[in-house]
Ligand binder design. Structure first.
Ligand code: GLU
Length: 501
């Protein structure tokens, strides 16, 4: 068999949806597993839907996940250019061939004319039944056709779908799939502006780029019989197809859409996206505190499994065990709680310094100018207690500043005025103790006075951190320094007092 070549072929029409990332990932994994090549092709023939910045966004996303192609725009390769708009001239001869062989025809109907037909009949299709009553080179004389071609207005080339045929192919995921040609429309393959449509450009490029496997979303399954026909008309061997199951909304009903992020309150795009249109601004998983490797692991299992119960699996290991036959047919429900669980697992196992670098900007934004080493220590203490990276800051402000507010409910329950002088004595010990003696200093005092640790420790914690929630108290005090903790406790005691008077 030829060496495996697969492509991820997004259209740069906006931010890359998380479903697109999964498609890219499966292509990447399939290529790696088979020592093949992973190619990025930008399908930008639809000028009306082109969004500047989208290509950069796509590449930036793949870079964030660490699933970069070896061929593509900006990556080079022998089969370029890898942007379809730069390949425009290349498609013409294949259109001519389809026209000459009678497998395609010119259509002159205007968009307005077709709109009227659709309005009158919502079921209207440009197909084997309707084509002979429409304005095209099959119904007009050669002279008329020639004249209209010279005029050049509204000329589209359509694929001529044969009637009464069943068109079948073997899909690696869906099995044997058959379409009745009478159900298919005569798709436009070349538009009036000379640009090919997706269908033509896609198959020509897959052929010229020697793509062996087409792994893409299920929404393209219904276009595949058209593609299969074009391969046949052009005398080319079709690649092997694998149509991935849909990613479903959290409710399990319907496809996860780009608007669902705002609706359900979680990201559906890898990176944040700023658009001129307010409703198209999205916060990305990256900016929302997700780690790329954890998210990738979560995405990989949306529709695929390594064949056992293993959930945590590295990209490297996925590359070793990935196979298309372990992809399921049914849609995979997008469960954000599961994504958070994966994120938490990856944060727990992440290197402290890596986490520190990731959240450094957030710390600065919050006005916390601490060293990376300090931040790394905070990460080490906090990482088991968060689901998103920036919660290391927002759930633990006491590492960066003295508390402004205290957990008053707990203070009311736990504090008695007669504890005041003991807490002040502990504050004093903290202010004077050597860093190695923090724990013994506090405990020796409490026990020496015949007091209960369980009654004092929570109050010391609230005094130092403002809250009952937090990592090991001694480690916390050690990090912020005993002197700082002592000052905080002293200050807090007057608040405790006022609150309980
Ligand atoms: N350009 C198509 C898209 O945006 C690619 C579909 C395919 O992979 O064939 O998804």
């Amino acid at each position: 068999m030829d060496s495996v070549r697969v492509r991820f072929a997004p259209s740069p029409t906006g931010a890359l949806h998380i479903g697109g990332v999964r498609t890219a990932l499966y292509n990447y994994l399939f290529a790696k597993k088979n020592n093949g090549t992973f190619i990025l092709r930008i399908e930008d023939t639809d000028q009306a839907r082109y969004v500047p910045g989208a290509e950069t966004y796509i590449i930036e996303s793949l870079r964030w996940f660490g699933i970069l192609p070896t061929e593509g725009p900006e990556f080079g390769g022998e089969y370029g250019p890898y942007r379809q708009s730069e390949r425009k001239d290349l498609y013409k001869k294949y259109v001519d061939r389809l026209l000459e062989d009678g497998n395609a025809y010119y259509a002159f109907d205007t968009a307005e004319e077709l709109d009227v037909l659709r309005k009158n009949d919502p079921e209207f299709k440009y197909d084997g039944k309707s084509r002979m009553s429409l304005k095209n080179s099959l119904t007009l004389s050669n002279d008329e056709t020639q004249k209209l071609l010279e005029k050049g207005d509204h000329v589209a080339v359509r694929l001529k779908i044969p009637v009464n045929e069943s068109i079948s192919f073997d899909d690696q995921i869906r099995g044997h799939v058959t379409f009745d040609s009478n159900e298919l429309d005569d798709k436009v393959i070349l538009k009036g502006d000379g640009m090919p449509t997706y269908h033509l450009a896609n198959i020509v490029d897959d052929h010229l780029m020697k793509i062996t496997h087409v792994i893409r979303g299920e929404e393209w399954l219904s276009s595949t019989p058209h593609h299969v026909l074009m391969y046949r008309f052009l005398g080319w061997e079709a690649p092997i197809f694998a149509h991935l199951p849909l990613i479903l909304k959290p409710t399990g009903q319907g496809k996860l859409s780009k608007r669902d992020g705002a609706k359900f309150g979680f990201p559906v795009f890898p990176l944040s996206w700023d658009s001129d249109h307010e409703e198209d601004n999205f916060t990305g998983f990256r900016e929302d505190g997700y780690l790329a490797d954890g998210l990738l692991n979560f995405l990989a299992l949306l529709g695929w499994s390594p064949g056992n119960d293993q959930e945590i699996i590295s990209l490297e290991d996925m590359c070793k065990v990935f196979s298309l036959d372990k992809i399921v047919k049914s849609g995979a429900r997008f469960d954000i709680d599961k994504a958070l669980w994966f994120n938490q697992q990856y944060i727990i196992h992440a290197d402290d310094l890596r986490l520190a670098y990731l959240i450094q900007d957030r710390a600065i934004e919050a006005g916390y100018h601490v060293s990376t080493e300090y931040l790394a220590e905070v990460c080490g203490l906090m990482k088991e207690r968060v689901h998103k990276t920036h919660e290391i800051i927002t759930n633990a402000r006491f590492f960066f500043e003295a508390p402004h507010v205290y957990d008053d409910e707990s203070i009311k329950k736990k504090y008695r005025q007669d504890q005041k002088h003991h807490l002040l004595a502990i504050a004093n010990i903290l202010k004077n103790v050597n860093e190695d003696g923090i724990e013994t200093g506090i405990k020796d005092y409490i026990q020496g006075q015949g007091l209960k640790l369980g009654e004092y420790m929570p109050l010391i914690r609230i005094g130092v951190c403002g809250t009952m929630q937090g990592p090991d108290l001694m480690k916390t005090i050690h990090l912020i320094t005993a002197n700082e903790a002592g000052n905080r406790l002293e200050h807090a005691v007057s608040h405790f007092d006022k609150l309980t008077q």
